[in-house]
Design a protein around this ligand. Structure first.
Ligand code: GLN
Length: 487
């Protein structure tokens, strides 16, 4: 029999509910697994000591025949930008050293209401800015498929934790690809829901108009449960969507006969590495084999997506990060005057990438440049949204590779921010248009590293994306993750 830490969230939940496994033993074993590989992987910033005790309460509730939530007793990890009351919250930054969350994010509350046992928080690029986790000021996280490579970012800790089987389900946040790209690099499923589908209350803001929480898992069905327990309107987040949620598990098995899958004629296939291109073409064959029809669509503004994204995201970030002034949160460098307290706290607290973004964003918003940068980027984003809406009149989903490459080596791109930014080329359009995107393991490259297919859908089409994902997963037959290794 497999070890309990290898099981999916759904299998664990049903075995615990049936009394075949105790939540206590599941969580205790899971924490042993976390500790056994953590020295190599480095996915976790904190592991919470009270997890086993909380799991025991699930077992007690079961013996009393109380109704159990859909994730009762299931060990789950959260990215360290999601507030969890009474626990440290660092966002991968030195600036928040010593800060503890004063309240729980709505997403975290819902997770606890579903019975999930949060076992700890995961590493991330500082304030979610990055594509490799290397911008974390606190720790290095390595890709379990090859410990010499990055896990992707910014939710690299969550992806690595899922791939290393430290948890079956972890949450990330995605502003320009931070769930999907690390999921791709680590051979996981990653879902960025429609903007507003999951409440942002208690998620530390990076770019408020783009940020979205979502699940990262080893199976599509687990991503469906992971979304189910969090989705839905929240009065505490004014941008949270009021659209009704669906039953994300119900239609999973229904297949995709007749589905129209769009491919973007703007993507220059010849610019992709050969193994990425071949995997991509194979993925389309798989979809076709399942009864889908492949249709080419045109969305010209995707070519500008990276440029628009880095203007808009950095502009919003420069405003959002103003609150970290050394007075209200975390570390303070007290150096005489109030002005120097601000300057010193921010200068020493923020890392180089965060400073770069604040400067770029402040510049784009400054008087005289606002129209030329922010205003113009917003205009092109509007065009992109319109073009995507039009494209979705002809197709049900749009497919792209998730990332133009597999996981790169640690240190390989740290000196070249622009090259790092280009890993988001396929993921940013979904955020700019507020649409859902699903990253699915599709195959391995020539060196045995995971590659990934991305599916985009119209707003609130998560149930459909998951259905396509489930069909694809069954046909693509992606291998189980290896024990953490060096290639
Ligand atoms: N890699 C992108 C960035 O650096 C996306 C980050 C994210 O989605 N949080 O901004």
């Amino acid at each position: 029999m497999s070890e309990t830490w290898q099981l999916s969230a759904r299998d664990l939940a049903s075995s615990i509910a049936a009394g075949e496994l105790s939540a206590e033993s599941v969580v205790a074993r899971q924490i042993e697994r976390i500790r056994a590989v953590e020295g190599d992987v480095g996915a976790f910033l904190t592991v919470d000591d009270s997890a086993v005790e909380r799991a025991r309460e699930v077992d007690l509730a079961r013996t009393r025949s109380e109704t159990l939530g859909p994730l009762a007793g299931v060990p789950v990890a959260i990215k360290d930008n999601m507030s969890w009351r009474g626990r440290p919250l660092s966002c991968g930054s030195k600036l928040l050293e010593g800060y503890t969350a004063a309240y729980s994010a709505t997403a975290v509350e819902r997770l606890e209401d579903a019975g999930a046992i949060i076992v700890g928080s995961t590493n991330m690029d500082e304030f979610a800015m990055g594509s490799s986790c290397e911008n974390s000021a606190l720790q290095e996280t390595r890709n379990p498929w090859d410990l010499n490579r990055v896990p992707g970012g910014s939710s690299g800790g969550s992806a690595a934790a899922v791939a290393a089987q430290q948890v079956p389900l972890a949450y990330g946040s995605d502003t320009g690809g931070s769930i999907r790209q690390p999921a791709a690099f680590c051979g996981c499923v990653g879902l960025k829901p429609t903007y507003g589908r999951i409440s942002r209350y208690g998620l530390v803001a990076f770019a408020s108009s783009l940020d979205q929480i979502g699940p990262m898992t080893r199976t599509v069905a687990d991503a469906a449960v992971g979304l189910q327990v969090m989705a839905g309107h929240d009065a505490r987040d004014s941008t949270s969507a009021t659209a009704p949620t669906a039953d994300y598990l119900a239609g999973l098995e229904h297949g995709i006969e007749g589905l129209r899958v769009g491919t973007l004629n703007e993507i220059d296939l010849s610019s992709l590495p050969t193994d990425v291109r071949e995997d991509w073409l194979r993925s389309l064959d798989v979809l076709e084999g399942l009864g889908a029809e492949i249709v080419e669509v045109s969305v010209p503004s995707v070519r500008a997506a990276i440029a628009i994204y880095y203007v808009l995201a950095n502009s919003e970030a420069s405003a959002n990060l103003a609150r970290f002034d050394g007075v209200r949160y975390g570390a303070r460098v007290d150096s005489g005057t109030l002005a120097s307290l601000y300057t010193e706290s921010r200068s020493r607290g923020f890392g180089a990438e965060v400073k770069r973004r604040i400067m770029l964003g402040t510049y784009a918003l400054s008087s005289g440049y606002y129209d030329a940068y922010y205003g113009r980027a917003e205009g092109v984003a509007r065009t992109l949204r319109r073009e995507l809406r039009t494209a979705f009149q002809d197709v049900d989903v749009i497919a792209t590779p998730t990332s133009p490459s597999s996981a790169f080596g640690l240190g390989e791109r740290t000196d070249n921010p622009l090259e790092m930014y280009l890993s988001d080329i396929f993921t940013t359009p979904a955020n700019l248009a507020g649409l859902p995107g699903l990253a699915l393991p599709s195959g391995l490259d020539d060196e045995g590293m995971p590659l990934s297919l991305q599916l985009l859908g119209p707003a609130f089409s998560e149930a459909q994306l998951l259905r396509v994902g489930h069909a694809f997963e069954t046909a693509a037959d992606f291998p189980a993750p290896p024990e953490p290794r060096r290639l």
